[in-house]
Design a protein. Structure first.
Length: 599
């Protein structure tokens, strides 16, 4: 019976040696089974079955279904994006040229860029040329908005709107003049018509510039949020590098003269301080001007086709939009922008009520209808909020510009902000450092797979027993770990459980010939910032040195930890560690051992 057992053990050892040999020499899987059977003293049939299984697993069955590669879509997108970036290197030029091409196509086609549907006996008819031109115009308009969004500069939208106004006004006025110059009915009104055309183009291009500005502001605001998110995700080491780079820039700056900002001027400060009041005042002025224009329209008669009141109304609309934009731009925050927008709108109402009730200007009745007031308030509120976005972006851009120009005040403010961020999370922790003694000898002659398995199970043991008591693994190595606990009692309890349960672990889970024998060290102190982000902290360093002073199978603690454990027994060591008095636990294991703490 004993001989059979010995023979079986010898064959199992030989089989393991064969597996190790094939892992280190994969090409030998193609050798004849008889050769390997003779080399390792195993039955030829057994080796043949092993090689058949190995070769069968090595073969890969190719799928009949063709592989689909969609990476070309990403490559195409990047190529188009790079090409578009080259096109919009000069955004204003791109806008004007692309708009000119659309206009040229419209002239060559002889059609207006619009769709019209006319009724006939056979049904509806759609002008295909107009549809194509409208689609092309919308595509170009979308490209313009993408350009402003990517460039994030309001000035590009304003300059583009100005350039389009000049070009469209010239073309429209030329076409209008050439069409009416021979018509005697309009000889006396040609100048007024041309001026009206110019104002209509101004109104349309102002809307275009306003929309483009809003898109540019939105792009800048989203970029600002992305940068803020990127800053929030900076590691502690990156924050430290940034901090000392700022310190060098501060040392090399010239004097403490502040950089001027639009929001630092007396006028801007007054607007920011008394925002709702001046918004209400400007609203009153706009309301009064509206009443004057309506009164003048009633006197001259709206039948006068091209009177000056038409131009005055257009100008007043533009001024009103600008007023709402500024009421948001010079607001302290979005809530102030809402309040100032409402104040602006409320200011326009009393003059119109007076004009309707006392001056009998009936044309104001429609403007004072509740639904008209509600729709106008919502529309202008959106305009004010976009203005507030612009103000937020401008303030942020001003700070970044000052920082880029080495403004000492901006640099110092950024340094203080980083200091706050580095020290906003302080915690008092007890750090446990665990290490396996003579781990190199344990790994030296062992099967690498057994080493991998055993040390992974060992790390799982540390993690499981620690997390049960509120511990959080900070870092691990093959030989041990650094684990943080909220209190000394929880850390010491985890340490005793680990030293106790490692005996069971060696019997049941360890696949190495040598057992795991552990040293554990405990120290507690203040940690600034998140422990996972800290590259170095004195608490961990001292705990590691205390662990090295512990005997195999023992637990060493600093005096501060021992003072927090009045019910435990310790004996002091003769020598200090890093200036700390170190004590050894008399009971490094639990008197009443659990069968398995990990269950």
């Amino acid at each position: 019976m004993q001989n059979d057992t010995n023979e079986r053990d010898a064959q199992i050892r030989a089989a393991r040696q064969l597996a190790l040999h094939l892992r280190q020499n994969p090409g030998d899987a193609q050798r004849p089974p008889n050769e390997l059977a003779q080399q390792f003293g195993l039955p030829a049939a057994f080796v043949s079955d092993v090689l058949s299984g190995v070769q069968g697993n090595a073969r890969r069955i190719e799928s009949w279904f063709p592989k689909l590669d969609f990476s070309f879509i990403i490559r195409a997108y990047h190529s188009v994006d790079q090409f578009f970036e080259r096109l919009i290197r000069n955004p204003v030029l791109f806008v004007l040229v692309s708009s000119g091409l659309v206009g040229l196509v419209a002239l060559l086609a002889g059609q207006q860029a619009s769709i019209f549907i006319s009724g006939s006996n056979t049904g509806s008819r759609i002008n295909i040329n107009g549809l194509i031109l409208l689609f092309g115009g919308l595509v170009v308009f979308g490209l313009h908005m993408v350009t402003f969004f990517k460039k994030k500069m309001v000035r590009y939208a304003l300059l583009s709107g100005l350039g389009l106004w000049i070009g469209l006004s010239f073309i429209s006025m030329t076409l209008t003049w050439s069409g009416l110059k021979d018509d005697p009915r309009y000889q006396t009104a040609v100048s007024g018509l041309l001026l009206l055309v110019s104002f209509v183009m101004l109104f349309l291009c102002s809307i275009y510039a306003a929309v483009g500005s809003g898109v540019a502001v939105l792009g800048a605001y989203l970029e600002m949020l992305r940068n803020k998110l990127r800053e929030d995700r900076m590691s502690r080491q990156e924050l430290l590098e940034h901090y000392f780079a700022l310190q060098e820039r501060l040392d090399s700056s010239r004097g403490l003269a502040p950089q001027p900002s639009i929001f630092d001027t007396p006028v801007a400060k007054a607007l920011l301080t008394t925002g709702p009041l001046w918004a209400l005042l400007i609203g009153l002025i706009i309301g009064c001007l509206n009443v004057v224009i309506e009164m003048a329209s009633g006197v001259t008669g709206r039948t006068q086709e091209f009177g000056w009141t038409v131009f005055a109304e257009l100008i007043l609309i533009v001024i009103t939009l600008i007023g709402y934009i500024f009421s948001g731009f010079f607001a302290k925050n979005f809530w102030y922008a809402i309040v100032q927008s409402l104040a602006f709108g409320i200011g326009t109402i009393p003059p119109m009520i007076i004009g309707l009730q006392f001056l009998k200007i009936t044309s104001l009745e429609k403007a004072l209808h509740p639904l008209s007031i509600l729709f106008a308030a919502v529309g202008y509120l959106v305009v004010s909020l976009f203005g507030a976005l612009g103000g937020t972006v401008q303030r942020r851009a001003g700070k970044e510009l000052n920082l880029a120009q080495n403004d000492p005040a901006s640099i110092l403010a950024e340094m203080v902000r980083i200091q706050w961020k580095l020290s906003d999370r302080r915690s008092y922790l007890c750090i446990m450092v665990v290490d396996a003694a003579k781990s190199s000898e344990m790994k030296a002659l062992a099967d690498p797979l057994a080493v991998e398995y055993s040390f992974r199970e060992y790390q799982n043991l540390l993690n499981t027993l620690s997390t049960q008591l509120g511990g959080r693994v900070h870092s691990t190595a093959g030989d041990g770990a650094v684990i943080a606990f909220p209190s000394a009692q929880e850390a010491f309890t985890a340490a005793t459980r680990i030293q106790t349960d490692v005996e069971r672990f060696n019997r049941e889970d360890n696949r190495l010939q040598l057992p795991f024998r552990l040293r554990i060290g405990l120290h507690m102190g203040e940690v600034v910032g998140e422990l996972d982000e800290v590259e170095f902290t004195e608490v961990i360093d001292i705990a590691a040195h205390v662990q090295a002073a512990a005997p195999v199978g023992g637990i060493a603690v600093t005096e501060e930890v021992a003072n927090s454990l009045p019910m435990e027994e310790f004996i002091p060591l003769a020598n200090q560690v890093d200036g700390q008095n170190v004590l050894l636990a008399l009971n490094p294991t639990v008197d009443k051992p659990w069968q398995a703490f990990t269950s």
